[in-house]
Design a protein around this ligand. Structure first.
Ligand SMILES: Nc1ncnc2c1ncn2[C@@H]1O[C@H](COP(=O)(O)OP(=O)(O)O)[C@@H](O)[C@H]1O
Ligand code: SF4
Ligand SMILES: [Mg+2]
Length: 338
């Protein structure tokens, strides 16, 4: 993937904190679901986002689309700052960037036929009434469904067909970028492969960019140009795809890769050191120092006291671990927040 590219999305130090309300509506704590994430995406590029359940992936996706409000940070879409956008600026955001959900039922009304559901999205995109039937037909063809499906209700479709309709709805406004939150996780393996192929074809045909969220690193390996690994609301490692899978440097990434066949013997040896035990701690009371230290088999005292900053280890390879290649780190440039 070329580095000099047209940037479609830039997220800087984004935070989403949810207040925990006790009796009488008093705030008794804060859930730091997303706690300082910076990512960017070029045209036609796929950024995979990995991490166990509860790491803040969905909240990040929802905040980027302003479904939940960011607490701090900046979101720039198509060159426009949309962090606090209202009215026309928010509509601009939703024309450039759309979301595909894990469960397409989240975006499909069971009482609305497929054709009408796509037409709703065309109305939002100000497509003239006389052009809409043709566009519905075209969009259905783009996602590999016959026009006859326009007359069906969502419950008359299989899971894979419903996800195709979910993608069709997202495509109706002509976006440059889709934020896909576990879009294939609920599908059978064979259907999953077909939908992954569809995403890849759409990228080739339309130059779409994807923020592709999955807890499944094998899926991300197939889909992504770059992968960011999240842990407790932060990115702990980010690298070009082939680098992350061949040379994972964060113990958390190495542990996650435990079940994925890796291309190099070196990477296979590295991941054998780490077995993931226990669960992700609550983001309402994250551990001090490195958030991964209670589960990290190589944690030292410094890990319990100091948050490791996200640092550049090599071009495009960022890692937040005190012990990721200490020798290379000496010349490392610090990026993002600690
Ligand atoms: N609306 C909300 N109010 C309070 N906590 C939330 C809310 N949404 C998500 N969370 C919490 O934020 C954390 C991250 O959740 P989520 O973004 O869904 O993670 P993931 O998609 O990686 O599983 C979890 O601890 C979750 O319980
Ligand atoms: S900073 Fe320490 S605890 Fe955190 S991942 Fe690295 S070695 Fe493990
Ligand atoms: Mg999620």
């Amino acid at each position: 993937m070329s580095v000099a590219r047209e940037q479609v999305l830039e997220v800087r130090d984004l935070k989403v904190h949810f207040p925990i309300r006790g009796s009488f509506g008093r705030t008794t704590g804060i859930v730091r679901a997303v706690d300082g994430v910076s990512i960017e995406l070029g045209r036609g590029e796929t950024l995979g986002i990995a991490g166990e359940s509860g790491c803040g992936k969905s909240t990040l996706a929802r905040a980027m689309l302003r479904i939940v409000e960011p607490t701090a940070g900046r979101i720039v879409v198509g060159g426009e700052d949309v962090t606090a956008a209202r009215g026309p600026a928010l509509r601009h955001l939703l024309k450039v960037m759309q979301m595909v959900f894990q469960d397409p039922n989240d975006s499909l009304n069971p009482r609305v036929k497929v054709g009408a559901a796509i037409e709703e999205a065309l109305i939002v995109a100000h497509v003239a009434p006389q052009d809409r039937p043709h566009r519905v037909q075209e969009i259905l063809r783009t996602v590999g469904l016959p026009y006859a499906f326009a007359r069906r209700y969502p419950h008359e479709l299989s899971g894979g067909q419903r996800q195709r309709v979910g993608i069709a709805r997202a495509l109706a406004v002509g976006p440059q970028l889709l934020v896909c939150d576990e879009p294939v996780s609920a599908l059978d393996v064979s259907v999953r492969a077909q939908i992954i192929n569809l995403f890849q074809d759409l990228q080739d045909q339309l130059g779409l960019g994807y923020v592709f969220i999955s807890h499944d690193l094998a899926v991300l390996r197939q889909m992504s140009h770059r992968v960011a690994v999240m842990y407790l609301g932060r990115v702990v490692e980010q690298a070009p795809n082939q680098v992350l899978y061949a040379q994972p440097l964060h113990p958390y990434t190495q542990a996650l890769l435990g079940s994925v066949p890796l291309p190099s013997p070196k990477a296979n040896r590295a991941r054998q050191r780490i077995h993931l035990v226990g669960e992700v701690p609550s983001p309402s009371s994250p551990p001090p120092g490195c958030p991964f230290h209670p589960r990290c088999p190589i944690a030292q005292d410094v890990c319990r006291n100091e948050v490791p900053p996200l640092r550049v280890i090599a071009s495009g390879h960022h890692v937040a671990c005190h012990f990721a290649q200490a020798n290379v780190w000496a010349g490392g440039e610090r990026v993002g927040q600690a």
